[in-house]
Design a protein around this ligand. Structure first.
Ligand code: 3PG
Length: 306
């Protein structure tokens, strides 16, 4: 019988797990659960005899992939797949997929929770500022960026975006102004929403030079990945610009050091952009359906290691 392991350090909502199990049961497949584990070796052991694997931010390292002797498919229930060793998967003939768009509204909504929190003096009672009429720069116009733009309009913000991979017309159709360079985005917008994936090209790309271009009252919200930030540059901008604020859903490695910038720096204790039952259900069920389609018919839509 085809076996699929759901390995989630951060468990899905119970309803999502129920739904995934039903999809596999209806397809004559078995579900194995490894939830809330704290030792990466537990994943190495659990993957040994399964055909498929569903993960969230869990690390599908070379060790995990090589331990999966029967493994044919890994689906990252979510957007970013920087946690999968794609080269190792490809070498072993394993298909890797993500589930694009399934949790993006949840991440976009959290973006605004964070923006309001920073604009309203960390909910401590002091006088803040409003988002209406301010310029928001969306750095990368994928599924999250598109949802951020939609919500920003409701706040009455002026929305700009930079994304060299999305046609200008596609972005403009949403009533968003496209800028030609990343420098232009940062020098024009008081608010920046970071939505870029972590790749070899983007890692540490948000650096002192770029951040220092931002207008007075600058706030950057990062719901993407901590790796895209040059952490030394981030600290340096906090020191040189008393107006600079940074709010993040993924604590940087220098988190403890940044806590000194009270009311200007905040990071969630644990990444929670996609922590809604809706996002868990959307991404989890999509992952299960993609595995069934692949096992039954060889469907490779959403493969990321082509
Ligand atoms: C993603 O890439 O889909 C988000 O960062 C959410 O990640 P998570 O499933 O680990 O919460």
């Amino acid at each position: 019988m085809t076996k699929v392991l759901i390995a989630t350090e951060k468990a899905f909502a119970a309803k999502a797990v129920e739904g995934i199990k039903k999809i596999f049961a209806d397809a004559g497949m078995e579900t194995v659960l490894l939830e809330n584990y704290t030792d990466a070796n537990d994943l190495v052991k659990a993957v040994a005899d399964v055909d498929g694997l569903i993960i969230r931010s869990d690390k599908a390292t070379r060790k995990v992939i090589e331990a999966g002797k029967a493994l044919k498919i890994i689906v990252r229930a979510g957007a970013g797949y920087d946690n999968i060793d794609l080269a190792a998967a490809t070498e072993k003939g394993i298909v890797a997929m993500n589930t694009p768009g399934q949790n993006s509204n949840a991440v976009a909504e959290l973006t605004f929770g964070m923006l309001v929190f920073m604009a309203r003096a960390n909910f401590k009672g002091g006088s803040g500022t409003e988002l209406k009429g301010k310029k928001l720069g969306i750095h990368a116009y994928g599924n999250v960026g598109k949802n951020v733009a939609r919500i920003a309009k409701g706040f009455g913000m002026e929305v700009l975006a930079f994304d060299p991979f999305v046609p200008k017309e596609t972005i403009e159709k949403d009533g968003v102004t496209v800028v030609a360079t990343v420098e232009e985005l940062y020098s024009t917008c008081q608010y920046i929403s970071l939505n870029i994936p972590a790749t070899e090209k983007t890692k540490k790309s948000i650096n002192f030079d770029l951040l220092s271009k931002m207008p007075k009252g600058a706030t950057v919200v990062n719901t993407a990945r901590k790796e895209v930030i040059d952490e030394e540059g981030l600290k340096a901008i906090f020191v040189s610009r008393p107006d600079f604020k940074y709010v993040s859903d993924i604590a940087p490695d220098n988190h403890a050091d940044l806590l000194q910038f009270e009311n200007r720096y905040y990071s969630t204790p644990k990444k929670q952009g996609a922590e809604t039952s809706e996002a868990n259900i959307n991404a989890g069920l999509a992952a299960a359906n993609q595995i069934v389609a692949f096992i039954k018919t060889g469907n490779k839509t959403f493969q990321v290691n082509k």
